[in-house]
Design a protein around this ligand. Structure first.
Ligand code: NAD
Length: 361
């Protein structure tokens, strides 16, 4: 299969971690008989330095022409970098918001997995973490409270601010379909999270999710109120497979789920549109404090590349091979500095990429 991949290396550690993800993808191509075709795109600070803007029309066109986008991370030190003296619409982050909008990426996926070998980094009690967990938070990304009408007024000296939370059934249906499709590739359970005891938008959410569920009889659907879900994530995270939720609830819950894994350098993510197209990137930032030192953990980006194989190309076997390589290398005791623990062997970014590529055969 020919895989047309647009690569955004970005800023800070971005180029280092994307190089290792490409190394692993190249090994997958070699072992499984695929062809990887990469197109480099400038975005963020790297684009500002060359074009004066964080995202150009040419970059958007190149991304659209690809089957998927693999990204490192964008942005610099927000205090010292000259990029942050620019107006907000010209700063690195504007590039990311711009590309998400241009590509209509409405579904955000963030896996939260506890690896046995990294269980010590988990802040939960041993009796809870010992059950392990492997969940996918599926968050609606382009609707709801963050995109609703808002205004601030002042009447008789009293200031008042209004934000509106709107969803129509089509917005809910398309993310619900994605959620059920992803559950079909996993443990076939969807927990739909809402606040249906209070909000009309949540009651519509629940109805539409139930309608979509009719087409997926193999998937178990349960509903959970968002406040309960926040508690369950720290009380019994092993119960979850796919958590399906709207924009703001997903924003908060996905960060909570990430933090219970305890290791920022391991967290992958994907943003999808209604075709197979997606943008895949680690959940962490560009880590300017360690850029160029060769010590960044490339695993989050490599696991993002595995998600790309699975969700944009339906190459499940190849994605499994990458994910198993990560598990095996951790089992063998290799660690980058951010996940280092006593008795393990510390390696740099490049060595971790080499080890993972060698593990795929
Ligand atoms: P960060 O995630 O870049 O770094 C937080 C801490 O985690 C740092 O100490 C860093 O060294 C460490 N870290 C992060 N990734 C690591 C890895 N792979 N291996 C080892 N250590 C790692 O967050 P920040 O410092 O708040 O932000 C830095 C820049 O990144 C800012 O400009 C911010 O806007 C940007 N950012 C970009 C994205 C994105 O591109 N999607 C996301 C978050 C932050």
């Amino acid at each position: 299969m020919r895989l047309n991949i647009a690569c955004i290396e970005g800023d800070g550690i971005g180029p280092e971690i994307v190089a290792e993800a490409r190394k692993v993808l190249d090994k997958v191509a070699l072992v499984y008989g695929h062809e990887m075709i990469y197109t480099n795109i400038l975005m963020g600070g790297a684009s500002i330095d060359v074009h004066g803007v964080p995202l150009t029309e040419e970059a958007i066109a190149a991304a659209k022409a690809a089957d998927a986008v693999l990204m490192g991370s964008i942005g610099g030190d927000t205090i010292t970098s000259p990029w942050y003296k620019l107006p907000p619409n010209l700063r690195p982050e504007a590039g990311l918001l711009g590309i998400r909008k241009a590509l209509n990426l409405f579904a955000n996926l963030r896996p939260a997995v506890l690896y046995d070998e990294l269980a010590d980094a988990c802040p939960l009690k041993k009796e809870i973490s010992s059950a392990g967990f492997d969940m996918m938070i599926m968050r609606e990304l382009t609707g709801g409270l963050y995109f609703g009408e808002r205004h601030t007024t002042e009447e008789n000296g009293v200031r008042k601010a209004v934000d509106t939370l709107t969803y129509d059934e089509n917005e809910i249906r398309r993310i619900a379909i994605k959620g059920f499709e992803i559950a079909m590739k996993r443990k076939k359970k969807v927990t739909s999270v809402d606040k249906a005891n209070v909000l009309d938008s949540s009651r519509l959410w629940r109805k539409v999710v139930e309608e979509v569920a009719q087409n997926y009889p193999d998937v178990t659907l349960e509903h959970m109120l968002v406040d309960n879900c926040a508690m369950q994530l720290v009380k019994d995270p092993a119960q979850f497979d796919v958590i399906l939720t709207e924009n703001m609830f997903g924003d908060i819950l996905s960060d909570e789920a990430s933090m219970v894994t305890g290791s920022i350098g391991m967290l992958a993510s994907a943003s999808l549109n209604d075709s197979k197209f997606g943008l895949y990137e680690p959940s962490h930032g560009s880590a300017p404090d360690i850029a160029g030192k060769g010590i960044a953990n490339p695993i989050a980006t490599i696991l993002s590349a595995a998600m790309m194989l699975r969700f944009s190309f339906d190459l499940d076997k190849e994605a499994d091979a990458v994910e198993n390589a990560v598990k095996n290398i951790l089992k063998k005791g290799y660690r980058t500095i951010d996940i280092m623990s006593k008795g393990c062997t510390q390696v740099g970014c490049k060595e971790m990429g080499d080890l993972l590529a060698d593990e795929i055969n």
